[in-house]
Design a protein around this ligand. Structure first.
Ligand SMILES: N[C@@H](CCC(=O)N[C@@H](CS)C(=O)NCC(=O)O)C(=O)O
Length: 228
């Protein structure tokens, strides 16, 4: 199978952590998409994912799977022994609930702020973003505030259990962790009084799958083009 993504970016990181958790790296061929150069907004990539974002999973039979939540579920269930998406109806429901919250309140919110409230990925890509939205700094600020409120809500959850959906590490934790990776580039810090969240972040960061995942860093050339 092939994964079209960009090393070091947050949604790709979700999949790379899942691959490391499941020991599947060797079965995947990574194909780099040039996000900074807006390759994902060109016809060839849009034919694979009309929403124009990475990651995309392409199976050997040509099936295309987009959306990190769907790709993660596919990879987790491939060996018939899911470890990240739950097994019992209760586990599956709690993980799906926290996963949806992590998408809405954290990774999508900080992504919107990054693209519309900061310089984002630079001029070449911003030219593909709707100009009327690019001016919506007030809206982008609300997305940043939504993210920070999400962090506070998750901090409350983590006062009661070690991982977002209970006793077990799950895809919800991976999504929330990736959102915080993204927030670094958006210049938004975790509030210092979110102690349970900070302790959880350190626990997740220490996992072998997170430490040893492939493609952790943004490519040097991309960093240069982004002025970082
Ligand atoms: N809902 C998608 C979001 C994917 C996403 O936003 N990916 C980012 C990279 S982290 C992207 O491709 N951004 C490019 C853009 O917004 O133009 C998912 O879960 O996979």
């Amino acid at each position: 199978m092939k994964i079209y993504d960009t090393p070091g970016f947050p949604n790709p990181a979700r999949i790379r952590i899942v691959l490391a958790e499941k020991g599947l790296d060797a079965q995947v061929q990574f194909v780099k998409v040039d996000l900074v150069g807006a390759e994902h907004k060109q016809a060839a990539f849009l034919a694979k994912n009309p929403t124009g974002v990475v990651p995309v999973l392409e199976l050997d039979d040509g099936t295309l799977i987009t959306e990190s939540v769907a790709i993660s579920a596919y990879l987790d269930n491939l060996d018939g022994q899911p470890t990240l998406t739950g097994t019992t109806p209760r586990e599956k429901a709690l993980i799906a609930m926290m996963q949806k919250r992590a998408d809405d309140q954290l990774i999508d919110a900080i992504g919107s702020y990054f693209h519309f409230g900061t310089v984002g990925l630079g001029d070449q890509l911003q030219a593909h973003k709707s100009p009327e939205w690019a001016g919506r700094t007030e809206w982008a600020g609300r997305e940043r505030d939504k993210y920070v409120q999400g962090l506070k809500d998750f901090n409350e959850v983590l006062k009661t259990r070690p991982y977002l959906a209970g006793e077990q590490f799950s895809v919800a934790d991976i999504t929330a962790f990736a959102a915080m990776l993204h927030a670094v580039y958006a210049g938004v810090a975790i509030p210092v009084d979110c102690e349970a969240l900070l302790a959880w972040q350190a626990r997740v960061a220490a996992r072998p799958s997170v430490q040893n995942r492939s493609g952790q860093a943004i490519d040097a050339e991309d960093l240069r083009r982004l002025g970082l």
